[in-house]
Design a protein around this ligand. Structure first.
Ligand SMILES: C[S@@+](CC[C@H](N)C(=O)[O-])C[C@H]1O[C@@H](n2cnc3c(N)ncnc32)[C@H](O)[C@@H]1O
Length: 230
């Protein structure tokens, strides 16, 4: 399976609230220096990758995969598993496609799609739900994050996990640091959703799954795992 042709989002999917255009506008130029700059502050991505143990033949999806940085590391590490990425920005996916081709990775497939509006059958022409789904620094940029988590769970096999790595509350870091980070992130419309972890706890209370959360780098970021009920 090679990297697939990117769909024209407007012809395939309803462009809800202009998300595709907004993300393309934000990343059209940034995609050229994205990987270089983000490695200094999207912390915890490699910790999440280390945590993920992917068995041969399993299907893994990244929601909001951007330049494909995480998928490429995983696809190299687990060459006999299949990796899928979706993103609202076709511009970001141009960079991801170019990197996947340059690395000659045959086990990555990319599609332009929305986190709250994809389906494993229609979007990826796949017969089975995913074995693992993860969000890496995408939840904090998706206003419809509740619907996106719900949709991720609907596209996941029972007993398997959704992972999230993202900014946390930084409560153990100095106030000046929190202020600088907050105003920097606002430029990119990124905001730690305070209600996210309570929302996941509530899903656990409803017996929809089991939650575990690790705060990392003095609560700079967190990694959450939500294992869907069998
Ligand atoms: C901060 S980047 C993270 C990229 C990558 N996951 C990483 O760890 O480097 C967030 C990504 O989410 C995508 N995105 C934003 N809103 C989205 C949505 N509603 N559906 C799918 N992707 C979305 C953006 O286009 C962008 O590529």
């Amino acid at each position: 399976m090679g990297a697939k042709q990117i769909q024209n989002p407007k012809s395939k999917i309803q462009n809800r609230n202009g998300v595709f255009e907004r993300m393309d506008k934000m990343y059209r130029r940034q995609r050229y220096f994205y990987d270089l700059t983000r490695k200094y502050y999207l912390l915890g991505r490699d910790k999440l990758i280390e945590k993920m143990n992917v068995a041969e033949g399993e299907n893994v999806l990244e929601i909001g995969c951007g330049t494909g940085r995480n998928l490429i590391i995983l696809a190299r590490k687990f060459p006999n598993s299949r990796f899928y990425g979706l993103d609202a920005s076709a511009e970001m996916l141009k960079t991801a496609e170019a990197k996947v081709s340059a690395e000659e990775l045959k086990n990555i497939s990319l599609k332009t799609a929305l986190a709250d509006d994809f389906d494993y059958r229609k979007t990826f022409n796949s017969e089975n739900p995913f074995d693992t789904i993860y969000f890496s620094y995408s939840i904090s940029i998706i206003p419809t994050w509740k619907e996106s988590i719900e949709n991720a769970l609907a596209n996941l096999k029972s007993g398997r996990s959704v992972y999230i790595v993202d900014f946390y509350d930084q409560k153990d870091l100095p106030a000046w640091f929190r202020r600088i980070l907050k105003s920097w992130l606002e430029q990119f419309h990124v905001k730690y959703p305070k209600e996210l972890l309570p929302h996941l706890e509530n899903l656990e209370v409803q017996n929809l799954g089991k939650l575990s959360v690790n705060s990392i780098y003095k609560s700079y970021a967190f990694i959450a795992e939500f294992q869907k009920t069998d």
